[in-house]
Design a binder for this molecule. Structure first.
Ligand code: HEM
Length: 520
């Protein structure tokens, strides 16, 4: 969840605008009968002073309470920072610089430890780094730890999988996986290919310049709408996608539900999305009964007709919340990977040529107009290594969370029950002992046996590993196949940076200049 989920959804940071907005909202109400000077003084001096005093008090109270509570424990090194805010602002800064890993690395070096404590989301958090940390968290699900998401995610995702743990989560995962597994998805591959071709015909063909990030979103969102809900009308899809933009921006942050905050907008958007899915769901029920819809046409039909082993079907609300989760998780993470792939392919002509060669060999073996089949995907080994190297260097999802469900020890440190735990992609993806010259793009790292276990974790791991890994692999490869055959491109802003907000996204949307390929 997804990133992001997906939620990315998954990525861990606050937005400064969200942090400030409740306070900036207060200011207009301080005013009316007061004269302007007094108002200025109030806004500029008194209010900040009151806030500083308030935070100082909270800081000392928190210190005393935490100190008493955990004084006999050997907690991992680190600092909890300011109350509520914790080390959020430092973390946010590194996210906006697109280098979340530097937050981890600075602390691992400072404390000489691969586990440290910090505080974010108003919560003390213990950060587990490197393959050992990943392995521990992934293999201790339901034993020492359980999935946990920040409150903003939990509130927005209601009854969906991300709010389930234990046996309930297992059940929902099994149900969703019966649609998202390779065996089922392979039937939808030709459809994915035709959507990719139509997308390129509409949005790329005949253009000299395009802005990649928003356009790729149309592709990944169109795929998700079509395969999950059978929505095919482009106008319907683009209207629907507006609500997801609001939703994404509010998913990670303080869950302050006051008009004007990102979270409030996200809640409103989520309700609109739910309403829309409900209309489609109600109509589908009738269409299925009257045999106007097929039981295998998409995820929605599948969810309406599949029960768990005890014969229980999901309620309408559960289906709606899970489809909302999958629509969100299913497109924003992949669009980030695709945008980054476009960047690296523009910068590394030898990599582009190699991908093109592989894709042309696949096309040469096919009749004109024949769509991609499962066997073709199996031949895209180098292209998938390239996508994997993109995700290693620039993971679209920074990591995810767990909660300690009992007291335990890790690396000789006490981890108290109830503490939130964070695993992250960067601390192992950029470790030179695991990936020599970690900043160099080298797709050959994934040849043969590939990276050591638990060192390459763009999709997480263990029983809560990303459910959409296979879906993402297909949507990424299908897009790469079609785009390299039709275009070569170069970057308008070669130094354009990517930042986490909350997915890894290009600051200016990644404009590129297109040259049509002679191979098409
Ligand atoms: C390149 C694209 C993607 C990346 C990098 C990615 C990454 C992740 C990560 C890191 C997690 C958390 C795993 C953990 O904590 O162990 C996750 C969870 C999840 N992902 Fe993805 N994801 C991607 C695409 C997708 C797609 C396409 C879908 C749906 C079609 C999807 C659905 C989910 C769901 C439902 C979860 C929550 C699983 C649970 O709570 O048990 N993801 N993803």
């Amino acid at each position: 969840m997804s990133a992001f989920v997906h939620i990315t959804a998954y990525v861990s940071h606050y937005n400064f605008a969200t942090v400030l907005s409740p306070f900036s909202l207060v200011l207009p109400f301080v005013t009316s009968p007061v004269d302007e000077v007094l108002m200025e003084v109030t806004n500029l001096v008194v209010l900040p002073a009151v806030l500083v005093f308030f935070f100082l008090c909270l800081h000392f109270i928190t210190k005393i309470v935490n100190g008493r509570k955990h004084s006999n424990l050997h907690l991992p090194p680190g600092r909890l920072g300011w109350p509520i805010v914790g080390e959020t602002l430092e973390f946010m800064r590194t996210c906006l610089e697109g280098s979340m890993v530097s937050f981890m690395k600075e602390r691992m070096d400072k404390y000489d430890s691969r586990v440290f404590k910090t505080s974010m989301y108003g919560e003390p958090i213990i950060v587990f780094c490197g393959p050992m940390g990943n392995k521990f968290l992934f293999s201790n699900e339901n034993k020492n730890v359980q999935m946990w998401w920040p409150s903003s995610v939990r509130k927005l995702m209601r009854l969906s999988l991300v709010n389930k743990v234990g046996d309930e989560a297992k059940m929902v995962r099994r149900l969703l996986m019966s649609f998202l597994n390779a065996e089922t998805l392979k039937n939808y591959l030709p459809k994915m290919d035709s959507i990719a071709q139509r997308h390129i015909d509409t949005h790329w063909e005949g253009k000299e310049q395009v802005v990649v990030y928003p356009i790729v979103q149309l592709y990944t969102f169109e795929l998700a709408c079509c395969l999950f809900l059978s929505i095919e009308d482009p106008i319907h899809i683009s209207k629907f996608s507006l609500n997801f933009k609001e939703f994404l921006k509010g998913i990670i942050g303080f869950p302050i539900n006051i008009p004007g905050t990102r979270f409030h907008k996200a809640m409103k958007a989520a309700n609109e999305i739910r309403k829309e899915i409900k209309v489609i769901l109600r109509k589908r029920k009738v269409d299925l009964e009257e045999k106007r819809a097929s039981p295998t046409q998409d995820l929605l039909s599948h969810m309406l007709l599949t029960s768990d082993p005890s014969g229980r079907f999901m309620t309408e609300t559960e289906i709606i919340d899970n489809i909302l989760l999958l629509l969100f998780a299913g497109h924003d993470t992949s669009r980030s990977v695709l945008s980054l792939a476009m960047k690296y392919l523009a910068q590394l002509p030898e990599v582009y040529d190699h991908v093109l060669k592989e894709q042309l060999e696949i096309s040469e073996g096919k009749e004109a107009g024949e769509l991609l089949q499962w066997e073709d995907i199996q031949k895209m080994k180098y292209s998938w290594n390239v996508a994997s190297e993109v995700m290693r260097l620039s993971p679209s999802v920074g990591g995810a969370y767990r909660e300690a469900i009992k007291d335990f020890t890790y690396a000789d440190y006490n981890i108290p029950k109830g503490w939130k735990l964070h695993w992250n992609t960067g601390s192992s993806h950029k470790d030179p002992t695991l990936f020599p010259n970690p900043e160099t793009f080298d797709a050959s790292r994934f040849e043969g046996a590939g990276p050591t276990p638990f060192s390459f974790v763009p999709f997480g791991g263990g029983p809560r590993m990303c459910l959409g890994q296979e879906f993402a692999r297909l949507e990424i490869l299908v897009f790469m196949h079609n785009i390299v055959k039709r275009f070569k491109w170069d970057l308008v802003n070669p130094d354009e940076k990517f930042k986490y907000d909350p997915m890894l996204e290009p600051e200016k949307g990644l404009p590129i200049r297109l040259q049509p390929s002679s191979h098409f």
